[in-house]
Design a binder for this molecule. Sequence first.
Ligand SMILES: [Zn+2]
Ligand SMILES: [Zn+2]
Length: 369
Amino acid sequence: MKNHVELRHLLHSEPELSGGERGTANTLLHYLQHHKPDSLISGIAGHGILAVYQGELPGQTILLRCDMDALPIDEKSNLTYRSRNKDISHKCGHDGHMAIMCGVAKELSTARPSRGTVALLFQPEEETGQGAFKVISELPLKPDICFALHNLPGFPLASIVTKEGAFAGASAGLIINLKGQSSHAAEPQEGISPAPAVASLISLFTELTKVPEGVMATLTHISIGKEAFGTSPGDATLMVTLRALTSRQMKKLTDQVSLNISEIASKNNLNFTTEWREEFPATNNAAIPNSIVEQTANELGYKVITTEKAFSWSEDFGHFTAKYTGALFGLGAGINHPPLHSPDYDFEDRLIPVGVAMFMGIIERFLKE
Ligand SMILES: [Zn+2]
Ligand SMILES: [Zn+2]
């Protein structure tokens, strides 16, 4: 049986995109079967896995969640365990998060809790914001509390980053389709070009990066007409990512943007449709689980860093904290560690025992109370 660093490297070498985590799930199932959970359920919301360890006495249920998917980023590295799948790589450290969770499974297999239930959830499709929502609707148990961690470059190695309340922001992807009418490029007045509306939308979204802190709209893609000189365009598509630190700010932002789009379209005589994708609610850390994280870190001697502001990135664990009492915490990956989602990022292996110790400490602290 592989140690957890080897397991992480194996998972790293076989990355899969959101929703396609079949091989990853097989690797995990193979590992988990050797560590004898009381129940092992696969195929949850696609390739999700739940490994359940029961204590001797009845008690509360604690759920720990990790994520399974990789990103559509080509890995340029000399790592011996570099990605074997072209244009796909683990650049968010979910390989490390899975290795940590497997370490917890191994610990529990030899030392079950005295009371209560521990459920280890391996969740697919985090990066697209689809997984948590789907998994929750198929979850065969009801957790009393839930926890997750994410490695965080830019913080001291093995520090524990916490914050009560809003921890990670909300975000949503918006696709705007504008429909006018194409015409000969010599007679643009005979058609309805979406170009002026696109210009208005570009300035709208540029302005929206300057509103209250943490609220932003990032234009990620634009296409207008076809690649041709002979035709004045009849349609356009824009893609925008909206972000806010709290769910309330997010609602305000989406309402405002929706209103502005419809005003701009009608002013320019265009029809339009909007599609919302990749919706992540804000992750809100409840007081009790957040203090369990801080007490556990203190007891284990890890430096606790409490952030003042919520992070502007989002995590689909927000779906869990919207439904259950829970907390997400950060594991510092080193001040100078390359950032998440960058091509030269790789998970810091020294965090594996730290993550395992944190989760084991959290389990013990919660279930004994
Ligand atoms: Zn990510
Ligand atoms: Zn991630």
